[in-house]
Design a protein around this ligand. Structure first.
Ligand code: AMP
Length: 533
């Protein structure tokens, strides 16, 4: 017998000797490969556990799988995505060089404008509407398109969660006008952009009182909890960046999604470069890791020896301390440095990442925070993640009383001695009925919970050194953070790439929030503080 024959026999021998192990291995591989499919997720909820498979996956005959086979055979070509995408007006430098945000450049490029309209690129919003430089008109028209084609919509989202939620709150304010346009088949006269008006003709070709009645019934019936699934009944998931500061929007997305629509976070990118993708898009936003795409730029990493206590921007980084992409170590924290085709060399992006594992030979990272320390009064240094974690702990107290924290930002008062941290909170009662009489102790206990979960240096300064005063929460009226966004957009932020600043400094932004404060509360006690560290 030749070698091939021998090898085959040996293989057969090995397989049959180890039937049990081989079977388990094969099942594990099948589950790993298919865990994200619609069918398996229905029973396994993303798990690859073999005993869960045996417990939950039913034994079926052809009639149960036929609908899936038919769907694959006929294709899903008719579906669309309602992605709310916006451009930012471009400016010219003195030398005449156009200045644009990265996404505006992309939306104006042939890649986007002449994309093939397959399942993943077929959007409800026409290009002309996305390219409208007036973001309010663009938002109005994009929502109108999405409502008219509501049964075709399979995916909804925006680049960042903040822009998506902003659009939903815009819908909450303007749905009567949108429904009226659909009812009479005419675009609101407030939409003055000629390209938008032209593009919208197709969507409002004739009056559609039937659709208008359906939408009116949905939008006018009390709570907007779960509204997204009612407006877009075929939607499979909501896609947006949900990590980093965007994580604060997850509860609101879950509120509008009614908990039943998966949240999908696919990419990590910036104006400087595209960085990476999430290879497990259906995982919970808290578990997202990004696999760096090694062909996007040259990536290097500054090790953060001291955990998250990172070096500041001005500090000189020794060239030989940088680590290459493939040499980072699992569990360690790094600051990202890129060298790009467009001419940035060893540029500190400002993001701190933690290595969670490797996909083949490429590392995967969890996004931790922006580098900057954002709040500091004395020797305390609170970064974005510290603050976010403390607020996450404190807001559970609110949630137990049926209040949701919609948005927050922070600020340090240093004009008084000692200075103190201020958090601006916009909160909302989660139920339809009017909230019970407000108890000041509720927010005071949130102040204390934030302080309790800040790090030991903060707690020492507050409780022992008395160099930091009691933490303050300023509750702001509904819409205060929309007003902040309007201000920052009017000052040049791109609505598409807008992120609520985790911290604000003095100036107009502070004025906008302060002028909408309804009540202030202070932490009534010192946080626990051990002097041993
Ligand atoms: P910009 O260039 O204005 O779009 O901002 C890019 C920055 O947004 C990145 O450097 C990150 O700080 C943040 N960012 C982008 N994508 C993500 C993501 N998936 N998760 C967390 N933060 C992100």
């Amino acid at each position: 017998m030749d070698n091939k024959g021998n090898d085959a026999l040996q293989e057969l021998e090995m397989l049959t000797m180890n039937a049990k192990e081989v079977q388990e291995f094969i099942l594990m591989k099948i589950l790993e490969r298919n865990q994200a499919t619609e069918y398996l997720s229905k029973f396994m909820d993303g798990s690859t556990n073999i005993s869960a498979f045996k417990r939950h996956v039913p034994v079926v005959t052809y009639d149960k799988v036929q609908p899936y086979i038919l769907r694959i055979a006929t294709g899903l070509g008719e579906g669309k995505a309602m992605y709310l995408l916006f451009v930012k007006a471009e400016t010219l430098t003195n030398s005449g060089t156009p200045v644009r945000s990265v996404l505006t450049s992309y939306y104006k490029s042939p890649h986007f404008l002449h994309r093939k309209h397959d399942l993943y690129n077929n959007y409800t919003s026409p290009n002309e509407v996305i390219l409208c430089p007036d973001s309010q008109q663009s938002m109005y028209c994009q929502l109108l398109c999405g409502l008219v084609e509501r049964h075709l919509v399979l995916r909804i989202g925006a680049v960042f969660a903040s822009a998506f939620l902003r659009s939903i709150s815009f819908l909450e304010q303007h749905w009567c006008d949108l429904v009226n346009d659909i009812r009479i088949g005419q675009l609101n006269s407030g939409i003055t952009n000629p390209a938008c008006r032209l593009a919208m003709l197709n969507f409002l070709a004739s009056p559609n009182p039937e659709l208008a009645d359906q939408l009116e019934a949905i939008c006018s019936c009390g709570s907007w909890k779960g509204i997204l699934g009612r407006l877009w009944p075929n939607v499979k998931y909501i896609e947006a960046v949900l990590t980093g500061t965007m994580a604060q929007y997850i509860p609101m997305l879950e509120f509008y999604g009614g908990g039943g629509i998966p949240l999908v976070c696919t990419m990590y990118a910036s104006s400087e470069s595209y960085f990476g993708v999430n290879m497990r898009p259906l995982c919970s936003p808290a578990d997202v890791s990004y696999t760096i795409l090694p062909n996007m730029a040259y990536f290097e990493f500054i090790p953060l020896e001291d955990g998250l206590r990172m070096s500041d921007q001005e500090e000189v980084i020794e060239n030989d301390t940088l680590v290459s992409l493939v040499d980072v170590k699992v569990g360690c924290y790094y600051e990202l440095v890129v060298t790009t085709f467009s001419g940035l060399y060893r540029y500190r992006v400002g993001d701190v990442l933690q290595v969670t594992g490797f996909y083949n030979k490429t590392p995967q990272f969890k996004f931790i925070c922006r580098r900057n320390v954002i709040l500091s009064i004395d020797s305390d240094k609170t970064n974005e993640e510290d603050l976010h974690n403390s607020v996450t702990t404190a807001k559970k107290i609110l949630e137990n009383q049926n209040y949701l924290l919609l948005e927050y930002t922070s600020y340090t008062v240093t004009s008084t001695v000692p200075g103190h941290y201020v958090l601006f909170w916009e909160i909302k009662f989660a139920h339809d009925e009017s909230p019970p009489p407000f108890d000041a102790r509720l927010i005071e206990s949130c102040c204390s919970a934030v302080e309790d979960s800040l790090d030991c240096v903060y707690r020492r300064c507050k409780a022992h050194d008395k160099s930091i005063g009691p933490l303050e929460i300023r509750l702001v009226e509904a819409g205060a953070f929309d007003a902040l966004m309007d201000l920052l957009v009017s000052h040049g932020s791109s609505i598409n790439q807008y992120k609520t600043p985790i911290c604000i400094e003095s100036g107009l932004a502070l004025k906008v929030l302060n002028s909408r404060v309804i009540a202030c509360f202070f932490s009534p006690r010192d946080p626990a503080c051990s002097m041993v560290w």
